[in-house]
Design a protein around this ligand. Sequence first.
Ligand SMILES: *Cc1c(COP(=O)(O)O)cnc(C)c1O
Length: 373
Amino acid sequence: MGLGSGASRSLNFGAGPAKLPTEVLEEVQDEVLSYLSSGMSLMEMSHRSKEYAKINKDAQDAVRELLNVPSNYKILFIQGGGTGAFAAIALNLINRTGTADYCVTGTWSEKAAKEAAKYGEVNLAFPKPKKLGNVPKQSTWILNPNASYVYYCANETVDGVQFHYIPETNGVPLVTDMSSSIMTENFDVSKFGCIFGGAQKNIGPSGVTVVIIREDLLGNPMKICPTVFDFTYVDKEKSIHNTPATFSVYVMEKVFRWIKKNGGVSEMEKHALAKSHLLYSAIENSNDFYSCPIEKAYRSRMNIPFRVGGVNGNEQLEDIFLKESEKIKMYQLKGHRSVGGMRASLYNAVTYEEVEILVNFMKEFQDKYENYK
Ligand SMILES: *Cc1c(COP(=O)(O)O)cnc(C)c1O
């Protein structure tokens, strides 16, 4: 499958900013001194130019097409990253009843809940699991029918925990953070009130966050909501209210075209399944030399944490694993500092062949170090 050859490039399993398709970077390279014979880089061009207006619109249209976004939803681009969106969500949506329900299943949803608590009353739908690695059954959640919204993180990038279903909220608007899973699987946008995702995992460079919001949820921001986070205002100004991260949007638009050219989100989903299956199988079939702490039903297709040298990991061996992997140009495999061990991120731009190289390396490493104490 032609998802980018990357002949002389490293194998990048980083969690974000992460690998971008080689073809996209080559296109950017071609245009860096002169965008469409303008004699200027897009970076040097006004955000009020007709060139940028087209990029902005093409990128928004691509989100609509790729994710099948219904016409009663708006597509916005904001700055401030995923973390900025944690605040923006509450600032725009919590005003209705002053309270919101949060599902804490990992690092990012916990941060989102803390941020929202600055602006309203936050209830946890279930107590934070003592050991992260699963999602409590929905029948055990306690949801407030009067909540302004219910929030969850579709894929916990740090912890490797992913929802493989959409929670039922009985009419309360559902909000989700898809920073590390947007454009990796098909889903029904109409089940959501609001979806957001920072670009730097699957869809572009850092600097831009995509927000998809149902029209009827606009128009009720808190008085203190900063202008740049006011979804109603951002929508009115077509996401060019102030200087956007023009370069990031420009590259993101190219990534969207690359996704379309490679079969759209359905094809990304097939790839994500195949790649993650390959790596999880290698972990499962290693006789506990490698281990993944996440319950099978909630394992992420994007971010796969694993330990080396036994179920609880062997830190010395993990250091050796990292050093040896870097010798063959495999980078950014170190797990998040709060979790330890390894983490392989298999975003859209990472090819099946690259995961095969990782898995082969893992087998050879096990043969060599199986009896390491
Ligand atoms: C990376 C990430 C964030 C934070 O994004 P920043 O742009 O660094 O603020 C939030 N949520 C998820 C799920 C992420 O993967």
